[in-house]
Ligand binder design. Structure first.
Ligand SMILES: [Zn+2]
Length: 75
C-alpha cells in the first residue's frame, strides 16, 4: 500500500527535487541539479541553453531524451 502510493506520487509534476535545492521542473533537472551534474556533463560536452534542450534541433532533443531516460526521471 505504501509502495503503491509512492508510485502514484511520482506521477505528480514538480515535486521537490531529491537534491533539496529546488522543485524538480525541467529547467532545474536539465540545467541546475547537482545530483545530475555528472550525467549532464557526459551527455552535453558544452553548455547548451534550455530552449535548445527543449525545442531542438532534433539532435538536441535526442540528447535531452537520453538524459531524462538515463536519469530515471518520469516526464
Ligand atoms: Zn535537483
Amino acid at each position: 500500500m505504501q509502495q503503491h502510493l509512492h508510485k502514484k506520487l511520482q506521477a505528480v509534476p514538480s515535486p521537490m527535487c531529491p537534491c533539496g535545492d529546488a522543485e524538480q521542473d525541467a529547467a532545474h533537472i536539465l540545467q541546475d541539479c547537482r545530483n545530475l551534474q555528472p550525467l549532464r556533463r557526459e551527455i552535453w560536452t558544452r553548455p547548451v541553453p534550455l530552449h535548445e534542450k527543449l525545442h531542438g534541433p532534433v539532435e538536441a532533443l535526442h540528447k535531452t531524451t537520453s538524459f531524462i531516460t538515463r536519469a530515471g526521471l518520469q516526464v
